[in-house]
Write a protein that binds this ligand. Structure first.
Ligand SMILES: [Zn+2]
Length: 413
């Protein structure tokens, strides 16, 4: 692998620093004792030469004008696929239940990525890095979105993608993977089983591995959402950001983007980030305060965040503690309700994982936990079209009528 001097890695657990090119995935010493039934130790964080960037008087605009290349582990932006990844809309929601809101809700619609999910931000960067380093085959384990994302991005780049999915993944996501021409491998068991197999395959066959909380570059791709939020909010940080949480990688990406800006003195404080999990898959929040990690098998409608072992547990918890984040768990019923409210009030149909974050802000609103005039962001990570089954209990499509005005009148008036 080529050595880039503009960044290095730091182990989240032991703090060891590794030059770029010396390691590819986890910290070798911390990961040596990793087991299958606890979150992995040794996840790496990418650090840049912040002092040097400050010396060069890099402000937000000069970074942005150069596509944030100074804060990406790439040699040039031409390695990225010819697709519009990121730069997604941020909508201000003005009304709820026909009443205007005493605070601001901004909806960051990341379903507007090429494969309809936030995961494209990570696949984008991993694929570009592979291209710069002459790697042709990329493997990923996925509950569906990361796999369909990698498949789509690799299709655009002429790379080979091999996707390991739990056999229960939603059909739309599986269909995407096949349509993009990737090799799909359904695996009996859970996401965790698919994850472990993909790591073994990486060791055995040398494929480049995109797995989150294993490949440190996924967080670097995901962090770009924070740069966009800062710009879209007129160079201000929001008061709160509601983020759906499964394995703890997206939330770490959001934190990392703002932490880069903090390191450069561009922002002075961190926004408060609210980690929202489904009650049925709450292994990250449930273990924050405990010394021994215990796993409760996940059972939730929100398949994208249904995770037994949060792979990025240690980094996510570190961020949440360091920057005083908040946590919240919501029920599957609240997630479905939030999905319905969001669709009917905003025209945005989000998948259950994304609706989980919206359920979070609805809960805060109901409990008077949002300050008047505050700016609040909800991260909508994927499209509702990816998992139509999840909302079937709410859907009643009427029987067809004979095409006469009388029948129409009976039905709608
Ligand atoms: Zn370490």
């Amino acid at each position: 692998m080529t050595i880039h001097s503009k960044y290095k890695y730091q182990c989240v657990d032991c703090g060891a620093i590794y030059p770029a090119g010396e390691v590819t995935y986890l910290c070798p010493s911390c990961s040596a004792a990793n087991t299958d039934d606890t979150p992995p130790k040794g996840v790496l964080k990418v650090l840049y030469n912040y002092d040097e960037l400050i010396e060069k008087q890099k402000d937000f605009n000069s970074l942005r004008q150069n596509g944030f290349l100074d804060l990406l582990p790439l040699k040039n932006l031409d390695s990225l696929p010819n697709l519009r990844v990121g730069k997604t809309p941020l909508y201000l929601q003005k009304m709820l239940h026909k009443k205007s809101l005493p605070f601001q809700i901004f909806l960051k619609d990341d379903s507007q990525n090429p494969t309809y999910s936030f995961k494209d931000r990570a696949s984008n960067l991993v694929s570009a890095y592979a291209k710069e380093n002459g790697i042709e085959t990329i493997v990923a384990a996925s509950t569906g979105n990361a796999g369909s994302s990698l498949a789509g991005i690799c299709a655009a780049q002429g790379q080979k993608a091999i996707i390991l999915v739990p056999e229960a993944a939603p059909k739309a996501k599986l269909t995407q993977i096949v349509m993009y021409g990737a090799t799909i491998v359904p695996v009996q068991g859970t996401y965790d089983d698919a994850f472990d197999l993909s790591i073994q395959a990486t060791e055995e066959f040398g494929w480049y591995n995109r797995n989150t909380a294993f490949n440190p570059l996924t967080i670097e791709g995901k962090k770009t959402v924070s740069f966009e939020l800062y710009e879209q909010l007129d160079y201000q940080i929001p008061d709160r950001i509601f983020v759906p949480v499964g394995d703890g990688v997206i939330i770490s990406g959001v934190y990392k983007g703002f932490e880069d800006l903090l390191q450069l003195g561009i922002i002075k404080t961190m926004p408060c980030i609210v980690a929202v999990q489904s009650e049925g898959s709450n292994n990250l929040i449930a273990n924050i305060q405990s010394d021994i990690f215990t796993v409760k098998p996940s059972q939730t409608i929100a398949d994208s965040i249904s995770v037994d072992i949060p792979r990025n547990f240690y980094m996510a918890v570190d961020f949440l503690k360091k920057y005083k984040g908040e946590t919240l768990q919501v029920s599957d019923a609240a997630i479905i309700e939030a999905s319905t409210v969001l669709s009917k009030h905003t025209g945005l149909f989000a998948e259950p994982a994304a609706a989980t974050a919206y359920a979070g802000i609805l809960h805060y609103f109901k409990n008077n936990k949002i300050q008047p005039d505050s700016k609040n962001v909800v991260l909508l990570t994927g499209s509702g079209l990816k998992d139509l089954n999840a909302v079937q209990s709410k859907i009643q499509i009427p029987k067809a009528i004979t095409p006469t005005l009388d029948h129409l009148k009976n039905m709608v008036l």
